[in-house]
Design a protein around this ligand. Structure first.
Ligand code: 13P
Length: 311
Protein backbone atom coordinates (compact mmCIF):
# COMPACT_ATOMS: atom_id res chain seq x y z
CA UNK A 1 0.00 0.00 0.00
CA UNK A 2 1.48 3.39 -0.95
CA UNK A 3 1.71 6.29 1.47
CA UNK A 4 -1.09 8.83 1.33
CA UNK A 5 -0.27 12.41 0.25
CA UNK A 6 -1.19 15.25 2.66
CA UNK A 7 -4.51 15.98 0.84
CA UNK A 8 -5.34 12.34 0.62
CA UNK A 9 -4.46 11.94 4.30
CA UNK A 10 -6.89 14.66 5.32
CA UNK A 11 -9.57 13.18 3.10
CA UNK A 12 -9.05 9.73 4.64
CA UNK A 13 -9.18 11.10 8.18
CA UNK A 14 -12.44 12.96 7.46
CA UNK A 15 -14.05 9.91 5.86
CA UNK A 16 -13.03 7.68 8.77
CA UNK A 17 -14.36 10.09 11.37
CA UNK A 18 -17.66 10.48 9.51
CA UNK A 19 -18.17 6.77 8.88
CA UNK A 20 -17.20 5.92 12.43
CA UNK A 21 -19.98 8.23 13.62
CA UNK A 22 -22.54 6.84 11.15
CA UNK A 23 -21.76 3.27 12.15
CA UNK A 24 -21.48 4.11 15.85
CA UNK A 25 -18.13 2.32 15.84
CA UNK A 26 -15.16 2.75 18.14
CA UNK A 27 -11.50 2.66 17.08
CA UNK A 28 -8.98 1.21 19.52
CA UNK A 29 -5.25 1.57 18.86
CA UNK A 30 -2.13 0.26 20.55
CA UNK A 31 0.62 2.64 21.71
CA UNK A 32 2.91 1.45 18.86
CA UNK A 33 0.51 2.54 16.12
CA UNK A 34 1.67 5.36 13.89
CA UNK A 35 0.72 8.95 14.61
CA UNK A 36 -2.14 9.21 12.10
CA UNK A 37 -3.74 6.00 13.36
CA UNK A 38 -3.55 7.28 16.94
CA UNK A 39 -5.12 10.53 15.70
CA UNK A 40 -8.29 8.83 14.40
CA UNK A 41 -8.51 6.40 17.34
CA UNK A 42 -10.99 6.95 20.17
CA UNK A 43 -8.68 5.25 22.64
CA UNK A 44 -4.94 4.55 22.58
CA UNK A 45 -3.33 2.32 25.17
CA UNK A 46 -1.33 -0.74 26.11
CA UNK A 47 -2.44 -4.35 25.73
CA UNK A 48 -4.19 -4.47 29.09
CA UNK A 49 -6.04 -1.17 28.89
CA UNK A 50 -7.28 -1.98 25.36
CA UNK A 51 -8.59 -5.37 26.51
CA UNK A 52 -10.48 -3.66 29.34
CA UNK A 53 -11.86 -1.07 26.94
CA UNK A 54 -12.96 -3.68 24.39
CA UNK A 55 -15.06 -5.30 27.06
CA UNK A 56 -16.54 -2.10 28.42
CA UNK A 57 -17.10 0.31 25.52
CA UNK A 58 -20.77 0.88 24.67
CA UNK A 59 -20.31 0.65 20.89
CA UNK A 60 -21.09 -2.67 19.17
CA UNK A 61 -18.57 -2.27 16.39
CA UNK A 62 -14.87 -2.22 17.27
CA UNK A 63 -12.13 -1.51 14.74
CA UNK A 64 -8.95 -2.69 16.42
CA UNK A 65 -5.62 -1.23 15.30
CA UNK A 66 -3.14 -3.67 16.75
CA UNK A 67 -1.66 -7.11 16.08
CA UNK A 68 -3.88 -10.19 15.64
CA UNK A 69 -3.82 -11.38 19.25
CA UNK A 70 -5.07 -8.03 20.61
CA UNK A 71 -7.96 -7.96 18.14
CA UNK A 72 -8.84 -11.56 18.96
CA UNK A 73 -8.73 -10.89 22.69
CA UNK A 74 -11.30 -8.14 22.15
CA UNK A 75 -13.64 -10.68 20.52
CA UNK A 76 -13.08 -13.17 23.35
CA UNK A 77 -14.08 -10.50 25.87
CA UNK A 78 -16.94 -9.08 23.81
CA UNK A 79 -18.28 -12.06 21.84
CA UNK A 80 -21.51 -10.31 20.87
CA UNK A 81 -19.74 -7.31 19.37
CA UNK A 82 -18.50 -7.05 15.78
CA UNK A 83 -14.73 -6.91 16.15
CA UNK A 84 -12.84 -5.92 13.00
CA UNK A 85 -9.15 -6.39 12.28
CA UNK A 86 -7.88 -3.09 10.94
CA UNK A 87 -5.44 -5.28 8.97
CA UNK A 88 -5.61 -9.06 9.19
CA UNK A 89 -1.99 -9.32 8.03
CA UNK A 90 -0.67 -7.61 11.15
CA UNK A 91 0.29 -10.90 12.79
CA UNK A 92 2.49 -10.83 15.90
CA UNK A 93 5.53 -13.11 15.33
CA UNK A 94 5.75 -13.93 19.05
CA UNK A 95 2.10 -15.05 19.20
CA UNK A 96 2.87 -17.50 16.39
CA UNK A 97 5.82 -19.02 18.28
CA UNK A 98 3.71 -21.50 20.24
CA UNK A 99 0.74 -23.65 19.22
CA UNK A 100 -2.03 -25.14 21.32
CA UNK A 101 -0.56 -28.62 20.72
CA UNK A 102 2.85 -27.53 21.98
CA UNK A 103 1.31 -26.06 25.10
CA UNK A 104 -0.70 -29.24 25.68
CA UNK A 105 2.55 -31.25 25.53
CA UNK A 106 4.14 -28.93 28.10
CA UNK A 107 1.16 -29.48 30.39
CA UNK A 108 1.51 -33.26 30.01
CA UNK A 109 5.18 -33.06 31.00
CA UNK A 110 4.41 -30.78 33.99
CA UNK A 111 0.93 -31.79 35.21
CA UNK A 112 1.47 -30.07 38.58
CA UNK A 113 2.17 -26.65 37.06
CA UNK A 114 -0.23 -23.74 36.60
CA UNK A 115 -0.19 -22.21 33.13
CA UNK A 116 0.27 -18.45 32.78
CA UNK A 117 0.07 -17.18 29.22
CA UNK A 118 0.97 -13.81 27.82
CA UNK A 119 -1.89 -12.21 25.95
CA UNK A 120 0.43 -12.39 22.92
CA UNK A 121 -0.85 -15.87 21.97
CA UNK A 122 -3.57 -17.32 19.75
CA UNK A 123 -7.14 -17.84 21.02
CA UNK A 124 -6.59 -21.61 20.65
CA UNK A 125 -3.56 -21.43 22.91
CA UNK A 126 -5.49 -19.44 25.52
CA UNK A 127 -7.91 -22.39 25.78
CA UNK A 128 -5.11 -24.29 27.57
CA UNK A 129 -4.21 -21.59 30.11
CA UNK A 130 -5.16 -21.05 33.74
CA UNK A 131 -4.65 -17.30 33.60
CA UNK A 132 -3.40 -14.74 31.08
CA UNK A 133 -1.21 -11.73 31.78
CA UNK A 134 0.30 -8.68 30.09
CA UNK A 135 3.51 -6.78 30.72
CA UNK A 136 1.60 -4.69 33.28
CA UNK A 137 0.49 -7.49 35.58
CA UNK A 138 2.65 -10.59 34.89
CA UNK A 139 4.59 -10.24 38.17
CA UNK A 140 1.42 -9.61 40.20
CA UNK A 141 -0.33 -12.64 38.73
CA UNK A 142 2.52 -15.16 39.02
CA UNK A 143 3.22 -13.98 42.58
CA UNK A 144 -0.41 -14.66 43.52
CA UNK A 145 -0.36 -18.32 42.42
CA UNK A 146 -0.26 -20.91 45.17
CA UNK A 147 1.73 -23.44 43.10
CA UNK A 148 5.49 -23.78 43.07
CA UNK A 149 5.65 -24.71 39.39
CA UNK A 150 4.52 -22.31 36.68
CA UNK A 151 4.51 -22.83 32.92
CA UNK A 152 4.99 -19.38 31.38
CA UNK A 153 4.43 -18.92 27.63
CA UNK A 154 5.55 -17.72 25.13
CA UNK A 155 7.94 -14.90 26.11
CA UNK A 156 11.14 -16.20 27.72
CA UNK A 157 12.30 -12.65 28.50
CA UNK A 158 9.14 -11.73 30.39
CA UNK A 159 9.37 -15.11 32.15
CA UNK A 160 12.89 -14.33 33.22
CA UNK A 161 11.86 -10.87 34.47
CA UNK A 162 9.01 -12.40 36.50
CA UNK A 163 11.39 -14.98 37.99
CA UNK A 164 13.33 -12.17 39.71
CA UNK A 165 10.29 -11.57 41.93
CA UNK A 166 9.48 -15.20 42.69
CA UNK A 167 12.85 -16.89 43.36
CA UNK A 168 11.18 -19.82 45.10
CA UNK A 169 8.99 -20.72 42.14
CA UNK A 170 10.08 -22.93 39.27
CA UNK A 171 9.24 -21.11 36.04
CA UNK A 172 9.14 -23.31 32.96
CA UNK A 173 9.47 -20.88 30.08
CA UNK A 174 8.75 -21.37 26.38
CA UNK A 175 11.63 -20.00 24.25
CA UNK A 176 9.60 -17.30 22.49
CA UNK A 177 10.46 -13.62 22.22
CA UNK A 178 9.34 -10.30 20.76
CA UNK A 179 11.33 -9.70 17.59
CA UNK A 180 11.42 -5.94 18.26
CA UNK A 181 12.50 -5.97 21.92
CA UNK A 182 15.01 -8.75 21.16
CA UNK A 183 16.74 -6.31 18.78
CA UNK A 184 17.50 -3.88 21.61
CA UNK A 185 20.98 -4.70 22.83
CA UNK A 186 22.84 -3.81 25.99
CA UNK A 187 25.32 -1.85 23.86
CA UNK A 188 22.46 0.32 22.48
CA UNK A 189 21.43 1.35 25.98
CA UNK A 190 25.02 1.84 27.14
CA UNK A 191 25.69 4.11 24.16
CA UNK A 192 22.63 6.23 25.03
CA UNK A 193 23.65 6.30 28.69
CA UNK A 194 27.10 7.54 27.76
CA UNK A 195 25.61 10.36 25.67
CA UNK A 196 22.93 11.20 28.27
CA UNK A 197 24.35 10.24 31.66
CA UNK A 198 21.52 11.89 33.64
CA UNK A 199 18.68 10.18 31.81
CA UNK A 200 16.41 7.71 33.59
CA UNK A 201 16.46 4.32 31.85
CA UNK A 202 12.98 2.87 31.13
CA UNK A 203 12.96 -0.70 29.83
CA UNK A 204 10.10 -2.92 28.66
CA UNK A 205 10.09 -6.40 30.27
CA UNK A 206 10.09 -8.06 26.82
CA UNK A 207 13.76 -7.00 26.57
CA UNK A 208 16.51 -9.54 27.23
CA UNK A 209 17.72 -9.90 30.87
CA UNK A 210 21.07 -8.17 30.22
CA UNK A 211 19.14 -5.11 28.98
CA UNK A 212 16.67 -5.28 31.89
CA UNK A 213 19.70 -5.23 34.22
CA UNK A 214 20.46 -1.68 33.04
CA UNK A 215 16.97 -0.34 33.82
CA UNK A 216 16.04 2.18 36.48
CA UNK A 217 12.43 1.08 35.95
CA UNK A 218 10.83 -1.79 34.03
CA UNK A 219 7.31 -1.03 32.83
CA UNK A 220 4.58 -1.72 30.26
CA UNK A 221 4.02 0.98 27.65
CA UNK A 222 1.17 2.66 29.60
CA UNK A 223 3.32 2.29 32.72
CA UNK A 224 6.12 4.19 30.96
CA UNK A 225 3.76 6.97 29.84
CA UNK A 226 2.45 7.38 33.37
CA UNK A 227 5.94 7.26 34.88
CA UNK A 228 7.28 9.96 32.56
CA UNK A 229 4.27 12.23 33.16
CA UNK A 230 4.65 11.99 36.96
CA UNK A 231 8.45 12.12 37.13
CA UNK A 232 10.41 15.20 38.13
CA UNK A 233 13.27 13.97 35.93
CA UNK A 234 13.81 15.70 32.60
CA UNK A 235 15.52 13.06 30.43
CA UNK A 236 14.59 9.48 29.63
CA UNK A 237 16.11 6.62 27.64
CA UNK A 238 13.18 4.62 26.31
CA UNK A 239 13.81 0.89 25.76
CA UNK A 240 10.78 -0.14 23.76
CA UNK A 241 9.28 0.42 20.32
CA UNK A 242 10.21 3.75 18.77
CA UNK A 243 6.69 5.16 18.40
CA UNK A 244 6.14 5.54 22.12
CA UNK A 245 8.43 8.56 22.34
CA UNK A 246 6.15 10.57 20.03
CA UNK A 247 3.36 10.41 22.62
CA UNK A 248 5.87 11.15 25.37
CA UNK A 249 7.14 14.25 23.55
CA UNK A 250 3.62 15.49 22.86
CA UNK A 251 2.44 14.99 26.44
CA UNK A 252 5.65 16.28 28.10
CA UNK A 253 6.98 19.26 26.12
CA UNK A 254 9.66 20.17 28.69
CA UNK A 255 11.25 16.70 28.77
CA UNK A 256 13.70 14.88 26.50
CA UNK A 257 13.42 11.31 25.24
CA UNK A 258 16.07 9.08 23.69
CA UNK A 259 14.80 6.00 21.83
CA UNK A 260 16.58 2.99 20.38
CA UNK A 261 16.16 3.96 16.73
CA UNK A 262 16.10 0.43 15.29
CA UNK A 263 13.26 -0.73 17.57
CA UNK A 264 10.56 -0.47 14.91
CA UNK A 265 7.58 -2.85 14.86
CA UNK A 266 6.85 -3.70 11.22
CA UNK A 267 3.82 -5.72 12.23
CA UNK A 268 2.01 -2.86 13.94
CA UNK A 269 3.00 -0.42 11.20
CA UNK A 270 1.23 -2.57 8.60
CA UNK A 271 -1.97 -0.82 9.66
CA UNK A 272 -2.79 2.19 7.47
CA UNK A 273 -5.66 4.66 7.38
CA UNK A 274 -6.90 2.97 4.18
CA UNK A 275 -7.33 -0.29 6.13
CA UNK A 276 -9.47 1.40 8.77
CA UNK A 277 -11.68 3.06 6.17
CA UNK A 278 -12.09 -0.22 4.33
CA UNK A 279 -13.00 -2.07 7.53
CA UNK A 280 -15.62 0.56 8.38
CA UNK A 281 -17.07 0.45 4.86
CA UNK A 282 -17.48 -3.30 4.47
CA UNK A 283 -17.43 -4.34 8.16
CA UNK A 284 -14.76 -6.92 7.34
CA UNK A 285 -12.45 -8.66 8.13
CA UNK A 286 -14.16 -9.63 11.36
CA UNK A 287 -12.90 -11.94 14.07
CA UNK A 288 -14.81 -15.17 14.38
CA UNK A 289 -14.28 -18.17 16.66
CA UNK A 290 -16.35 -21.20 17.59
CA UNK A 291 -18.42 -20.86 20.77
CA UNK A 292 -16.21 -23.50 22.35
CA UNK A 293 -13.00 -21.53 21.74
CA UNK A 294 -14.56 -18.31 23.02
CA UNK A 295 -15.88 -20.02 26.13
CA UNK A 296 -12.57 -21.72 26.98
CA UNK A 297 -10.33 -18.79 26.09
CA UNK A 298 -12.49 -16.30 27.97
CA UNK A 299 -11.84 -17.91 31.34
CA UNK A 300 -8.07 -17.09 31.62
CA UNK A 301 -8.56 -13.66 30.05
CA UNK A 302 -11.35 -12.69 32.46
CA UNK A 303 -9.30 -14.05 35.33
CA UNK A 304 -6.46 -11.74 34.31
CA UNK A 305 -8.79 -8.72 34.15
CA UNK A 306 -9.85 -9.39 37.74
CA UNK A 307 -6.22 -8.72 38.80
CA UNK A 308 -6.24 -5.28 37.18
CA UNK A 309 -3.02 -3.39 36.55
CA UNK A 310 0.24 -4.22 38.28
CA UNK A 311 2.09 -1.01 37.41
P1 13P B 1 2.31 -3.36 26.29
O1 13P B 1 1.87 -2.20 25.46
O2 13P B 1 1.13 -4.11 26.84
O3 13P B 1 3.32 -2.99 27.32
O4 13P B 1 3.00 -4.42 25.33
C1 13P B 1 3.79 -4.05 24.33
C2 13P B 1 3.99 -5.11 23.37
O5 13P B 1 5.08 -5.44 23.06
C3 13P B 1 2.81 -5.72 22.73
O6 13P B 1 3.16 -6.89 22.11
Amino acid sequence: MSFASADNLLDLVEKIIQLKRERDAVILAHNYQSHEIQFVADYVGDTLSLAMLAKNVKQHIIVFCGPDFMVETAKILAPHKTVLYANENAKCPMAAMITREELKTMKEIHPDAKVVGYLNTSAECKCEMDVCCTSSNAVKIVTSLNTKKVIFVPDQNLASYVKRFVPDKEIIAWPGFCTVHQMIQRSDILKLTKAHPHAKILIHPECTPDVVDLAHVVLSTDGMLKYVANSLEKEFIVGTELELINRMMEDNPGKKFYPVEKAFCRTQKKIKLENILNALEILEPRVSFSEDVIERARHPVEKMLAFGRGD
